[in-house]
Design a protein around this ligand. Sequence first.
Ligand code: 4AD
Ligand code: MG
Length: 465
Amino acid sequence: TITSVQEALSGRIPAGSQVTVRGWVRTRRDSKAGLSFVNLSDGSGFHPIQLVAPAALPNYDSEVRHLTAGCAIVATGTLVASQGQGQAFEIQAEAVEVSGWVDDPETYPIQPKAHSMEFLREVAHLRPRTNLFGAVTRIRHCLAQAVHRYFHEQGFVWVNTPIITTSDAEGAGQLFRVSTLDLANLPYGEEGGVDFGRDFFGKETFLTVSGQLNVEAYALALSKVYTFGPTFRAENSNTARHLAEFWMIEPEVAFADLDALAGLSEQFLKYLFAAVLAERADDMAFIAERVEKSAVSRLEAFIAAPFERIDYTDAIALLQKSGQKFEYPVEWGLDLQTEHERWLSEQHVGRPVVVTNYPEQIKAFYMRINDDGRTVAAMDVLAPGIGEIIGGSQREERLDLLDARMAQFGIEREHYEWYRDLRRYGTVPHGGFGLGFERLVCYVCGLSNIRDAIPYPRTPGHATF
Ligand code: 4AD
Ligand code: MG
């Protein structure tokens, strides 16, 4: 039977069975006794399987002895208990068929050695063949599955919000404009000097920066909903934690206040980390060995500790009293920078912190104004080692106050009539938050650069693959 490497190593297939495995060669070693040992990976799990290929194979001299890293093969043989350390089973090969050779083994980029992360970004199409990117990819998948499972179990409904929009949900002006290439397909407009994108839709359109406004409408009908999809921001920040294209998870809950949202964010993150520890122990063990010694214990500590909650005003006072020399100023009314966020969660409390009630002028127009008139019901979750991982808020559900905030930010009402409707037809207190999926992957895998948390990173100047 054809089986995955993971299945062959699992113990579920009895020793003595005939199996066929297919994948890519990691290493080949020839023994003096006229045998070759080939490590084969198909990415189904962390561990490759060892094939023991005897010289008696008809293509031993012509092919098997020429296999190099990256060659694709199909191997059939008997599954047997292994004497080798670190693996329970190996395969005594009876047939090895080469599906694809590596053209020039000397220059094949993925050699069996440690490569720098910078180098691997240049071969983003081949880096999934490394141990590290195999592990990160499986952990990312595990997290995505756990996201859907958590919300499903909690009674949330997944809502798919549009990628092409007309509104700037965050009001930060970091929009990519959408345009068409083919003039002949334009339903509107005339030839010559047309704005292709605008004329296709009859108005100017952009790639979404957040599905929040759209998903709010669904929360005000289905009560508990979430989006999980690609998000685009043309922010010209070449940092280790910003991407131009990233995935965001945005739950939105009717009748929820800030306290409920902070509780949800805590329960949610802990569920995700527990899922990874339970389901990807092999990959996490490798991460702990190669990337960050404390990767597993850090997640365990995260799960065990209750989140700290700090008011923004208190956070500013703490930062000012810290005696720390920060690059950016600390002053009530200014946004917290990564260095401040990290000091709060790392130096001050040593665990995740929820900072609440930020000054109204530095936060988005849709956030609910507090009774003090100068702060909004916003919350950011700051994690040690990374800073902001979640941003959220209670939404302004009162039409007059929403209108006032839109006017204050110079937002044109006519683009948001549908959003105002939600405050005119059965408005209720509600709110939600956004979790950056790649920041989550970075955190779990101990990655220091967000470009390594997504298969094909998009950053200023980079869209190669
Ligand atoms: O704080 P942000 O901008 O919040 C929103 O977009 C709200 N609409 C969310 C909501 O309330 N429904 O973004 C939320 C999270 C951040 O905390 C961060 O983790 C991530 O999205 N994020 C980015 N991740 C990678 N690259 C970028 N350029 C990011 N910008 C935000
Ligand atoms: Mg934010």
